[in-house]
Unconditional design. Structure first.
Length: 382
């Protein structure tokens, strides 16, 4: 998978007359090399991939992490550096930069420290932005990526079932977070053992999960707290950040109620959320534009008397939390088979925010749903 991804990148570079690509984004590094779990720039230790159109590709990484580079990584050369020794990672760049004329990077993802140093080497000459090229390569998933996506869906569903088992009166939100993490981790381990040879890929579910309940429901990205959930309250579970199997991310959201629904206005909002997602799905498929999917969703919400939605209908997913195209007004990207999307429905009012979301693979005939859970009210009361 990684070798083919790197090969496609070089082909695109030749077509666009790019001599050298400089890549520092963690997810793009993984996409082209299979290298992951290094210490990242948060520790002021950059890892840099240099891809030459006609010459060797070079991975520059800290010495302490070099053993994490997979044996089958398709890079031609690995250069290591050590903290405080010489000019560290900068040692390798001047010669390579001088040998190339047209240099490109992911403009809005390149690490600032690396970007400033390269600007000095290039006497202030700006690098071209190759974000559109890399984004287009990553839009269409390979068969191997789609296999991972389907398994990520299984992990997400296991997480939701794990959460449901503990939701109840006087249960703190953080207990739900623990339960879903454990359930997802066990499912991920099962899938890794059964279907993959890479024993270095961690099954552990991590990331602070989004859990909101009761009066906090309108707080979109509220994290699990010590708050006790009470009978009659709604509980919103969002796995857009925490479903991360084999580094593949998905979207998956549901609302549950504890024992009963006290405020019956919430039922109408939830039903509109479901209806707006269904409107989006009636359009979703190859040959339509991203904005057409969003329009179907937004028009449905407004036709039911709710305000224009505060968030897009959905987004591309993959080895990054957010990939192109986004299902949003103004995005004219034509959907193609092999794309993977999180597609939401929603309806917001002052004291309640309803949202449902699932993930889908675009197929030649329409779409394949890869997360599943009932949206019937009777199945959502625990």
């Amino acid at each position: 998978m990684f070798r083919n991804n790197l090969k496609k990148l070089k082909q695109k570079m030749s077509e666009n007359n790019i001599d050298l690509a400089v890549i520092t984004d963690d997810d793009s590094l993984y996409y082209f090399t299979g290298y992951h779990d290094f210490l990242h720039m948060d520790f002021f230790r950059p890892t840099i991939l240099l891809v030459s159109k006609d010459d060797e590709s070079t991975l520059i990484t800290p010495l302490l992490d070099v053993l994490l580079v997979p044996e089958g990584s398709p890079v031609d050369k690995i250069e290591t550096w050590n903290d405080g020794i010489g000019n560290e990672w900068r040692e390798f760049l001047p010669k390579i930069i001088k040998q190339n004329k047209n240099i490109s990077c992911e403009k809005y993802k390149i690490n600032a420290t690396v970007s400033i140093y390269l600007s000095d080497l290039m006497n202030g000459k700006p690098m071209e932005d190759m974000t559109p090229i890399i984004s287009s390569l990553r839009m269409i998933k390979t068969d191997e990526e789609l296999k991972i996506a389907r398994h990520a869906g299984e992990v997400a569903m296991a997480m939701m079932e794990g959460a449901k088992k503990v939701i109840g009166h006087n249960v703190p939100e953080y207990e739900i977070a623990i339960a879903q993490s454990q359930a997802g981790t066990r499912k991920a381990a099962e899938l890794l053992n059964a279907h993959y040879d890479n024993i270095d890929m961690s099954p552990n579910i991590h990331f602070l999960p989004v859990i909101t309940s009761g009066k906090d429901l309108p707080r979109t990205h509220h994290r699990a707290s010590t708050k006790l959930i009470k009978k009659g309250e709604a509980v919103f579970l969002c796995y857009c950040g925490s479903t991360n199997f084999h580094r593949f991310k998905l979207g998956f959201d549901r609302i549950f109620w504890v024992e009963e629904i006290i405020d019956h206005n919430q039922i109408k909002a939830f039903e509109v959320a479901v209806k707006s997602q269904q409107a989006a799905l009636s359009v979703l498929g190859p040959g339509v534009t991203a904005e057409e999917v969003h329009a179907a969703y937004a028009d449905t919400i407004q036709s039911e008397g709710y305000p224009y939605p505060t968030f897009r209908c959905g987004r591309g997913t993959g080895f990054s939390f957010l990939e192109e195209p986004q299902l949003v007004v103004g995005n004219k990207t034509v959907l193609q088979p092999g794309m993977v999307f999180a597609v939401d429905g929603g309806a917001s009012s002052k004291n309640f925010r309803s949202q449902v979301g699932d993930s889908f693979i675009i197929t030649k005939d329409g779409y394949e749903q890869i997360t599943h859970h009932s949206k019937e009210i009777k199945d959502l009361i625990i």
